[in-house]
Design a protein around this ligand. Structure first.
Ligand code: SAM
Length: 381
């Protein structure tokens, strides 16, 4: 999955620019129109109280969301626009060039870093607690590579699915035990947390339990994915936040929602020309590969890093609250045109993007432990 999406030569997200929207393979809230970014900008303006606030976006792809957010600030909050630092976290130089083209009108206003630790001036305290403002992403976590595990009901054990060549085709193959023993999920333990631990050995207080009566009836080859990279990314972002909020929009579930019949074979999917397919191994580098986000685990990781969960709700609930403030005249926004109404319906209708997409917002307490550690010049637990 890592290679199919991110190989510098053939990777889906490297080789193809117009993968999103009508001419691409799937839609995102950003591709619906500028309203998503404008509503977000309005919410950010409501939140930001820093002297020189930072907006840090990851997974910007072509830079359209950054453009919509910055445009709104320039038009409607020029005071904040002048004080704002807009950062894009972009590990790929090719995608950075696409973003520079899109954001030419904001040249000099946007800065890039290849990872979150590169935001702001170098700090003697590493990445901990450097960012004041908002770190956000739309559909980033679902695009990180996952590991897939199957449940062997007879042996009552898990095994990892690997990929091998059969002739000229890729095919699924059960990996030998030794290759996955370090991070295979164990009974009663969240597989995502198990995978995360192989990156960083630490106890996660919120490992959700799979009830014994559910385990007893799990069918053979029940499949679940773990995404250690999403966990590691969220942890790093949470730690980098000194004051403000960390939020993500994505499709995903909590652990009990995972245990539904339609997810028996996991949530990894491929998108090709707006068609959803389960053939993950076809068209490598030419189709999008994605998996649902395990929000229970992501939320737990943020809380472990010292953040408080402010909200976990549907995209419809989140955006409707912002829009209500605009419609009641509580906040100035600009003209609400019929085109915006149409976009709003697509973003919030349960049959479109309103229900499947969730928003997780976590925030710092007024002072984070990371700050205290930094001031103390060491680490405290
Ligand atoms: C599904 S696209 C989302 C695009 C955009 N946010 C939108 O909503 O239209 C995911 C993007 O995240 C990028 N990405 C993957 N890993 C990343 C990382 N570690 N940091 C920043 N971006 C990353 C991918 O290359 C791709 O451009």
């Amino acid at each position: 999955m890592e290679l199919a999406l991110y190989c510098p030569v053939y990777g889906y997200y490297e080789a193809q620019k117009e993968t999103i929207g009508r001419r691409g393979d799937y839609y995102t809230s950003v591709s619906v129109g500028s309203l998503f970014g404008e509503l977000l900008a309005s919410q950010f303006a409501h939140w930001l109280d820093e002297d020189r606030p930072q907006l840090v976006e990851a997974g910007a792809h072509t830079g359209y969301l950054a453009r919509d957010v910055l445009w709104w600030f320039r038009e409607h909050r020029p005071d904040l626009f002048e004080r704002l630092e807009y950062w894009i976290i972009e590990p790929s130089t090719r995608r950075r060039r696409w973003q520079e083209d899109t954001l030419a009108a904001f040249a000099g206003r946007v800065r890039w870093a290849s990872e979150i630790g590169g935001v702001g001036p170098p700090s003697a305290f590493g990445d901990r607690g450097r960012i004041r403002g908002v770190i956000f992403c739309n559909e980033l976590l679902d695009s990180f590579p996952v590991r897939r595990f199957g449940w062997d009901a007879q042996e009552r054990t898990t095994f990892e699915w690997g990929v091998r060549l059969e002739g000229a085709e890729f095919a699924w193959a059960k990996m030998p035990d030794s290759d996955c023993s370090s991070s295979a999920p164990t009974l009663g333990q969240s597989p995502a947390v198990a995978g995360a631990r192989s990156d960083e050995a630490q106890q996660d207080p919120c490992a959700p339990e799979v009830p014994a009566d559910v385990l007893a009836v799990l069918p053979a080859d029940y499949t679940l994915e773990i995404c250690p990279k999403a966990v590691a990314w969220w942890r790093q972002a949470a730690r980098a936040l000194s004051r403000g909020r960390l939020l993500t929009f994505d499709y995903g579930f909590s652990v009990m929602e995972r245990l539904t019949p339609e997810r028996l074979r996991g949530t990894c999917r491929a998108y090709y020309k707006h068609r959803l397919t389960n053939n993950l191994l076809a068209n490598p580098g030419e189709q999008d590969l994605t998996a649902h986000v395990d929000f229970d685990v992501i939320q737990a990781v943020g809380e472990e890093a010292g953040l408080k969960t402010e909200t976990f709700e549907s995209q419809a609930q989140f955006l409707t609250r912002i829009a209500s403030r605009i419609w009641s005249g509580e906040t100035s926004f600009g003209q609400w045109t019929p085109a915006k109404t149409r976009q709003f319906q697509t973003l919030t209708h349960p049959n479109h993007l309103g229900a499947a997409f969730r928003v997780l917002v976590q925030q710092t307490a007024s002072i984070k432990t990371a700050d205290i550690d930094a001031w103390a010049g060491g680490t405290s637990e």
